[in-house]
Design a protein around this ligand. Sequence first.
Ligand code: CP
Length: 308
Amino acid sequence: MSTFEKRNIISMRDFTKDEILHVLEVAKVMDEEPSKYAHALEGKILATLFFEPSTRTRLSFESAMLRLGGGTMGFADPGSSSSKKGESLSDSIKIVESYADVIAMRHPVEGSARLASEIADIPILNAGDGSNQHPSQTFLDLYTIQQEKGTLEGLKVGFMGDLKYGRTVHSLANALGQFGCELLFVSPKGLEMPSDSLEELARMGGKFKEFENFEEAKGDLDILYVTRIQRERFGDDLDYDKVREGYNISKKFLEGCSPDLRILHPLPRVDELSAEVDETPHALYFRQAANGIPTRMALIALVMGMVS
Ligand code: CP
């Protein structure tokens, strides 16, 4: 297993199964003994550069760094940064790396995190690059599934929603493909998993099937991973309106599902997941979001070489 110190967290494709499990073990330690690490990164600074909106990812990265004793700085609105005046991403990264020790960045362009990692000498944590990848979300998703089901091996996992543009889906499918899970993809027409993602899964020996409706897929699922339609990726509102009411998870919708089915959602939700589901034993998404703290503490601690 390669060392994590100074490593970039860009794509789940960059991690072996053993490395993924190692991050989850460190997250568990952070979860169980957070006070042990309360001063571990004193004097170190995390920069959060968010060129797209966020609630969970930015705030939980910042909270994780503060809980490790470090400091944070950054912007949540690119309109308040010099990108508004035309500064290139490369120049911004060259500057920020002299102000901080690690950077968490969200950007609308696929590949931007990889580009930033090629410029910076400090670790880059990809907090989402367009529709491509969202690896820190995947680590917290995996941590939540492992915590709930006791294993990541051989689970039956359904994905429902905008599978074309959903970066959390692309990252998680990459990872679960390594654990022998059976993946069932259900999406409105036109928002199916990209063919290159399916080809990649097939090359890995991953088991998957595509479905047009949930009834055919729901059977004995262990996990249902729901996403909203990624409105911000649509070129025009007419295209969005055609698919926006394609699915809604309600109590009625879940009739006939296994009582052990657990629902994950990276959030935010819009119309696709009714609030009435929150009170059922199926709902795991708020715990999932809370798990952003120990997993992001683990990622920061590992890349900063504070734990190995
Ligand atoms: N899950 C997620 O990425 O949420 P935010 O967009 O609020 O960061």
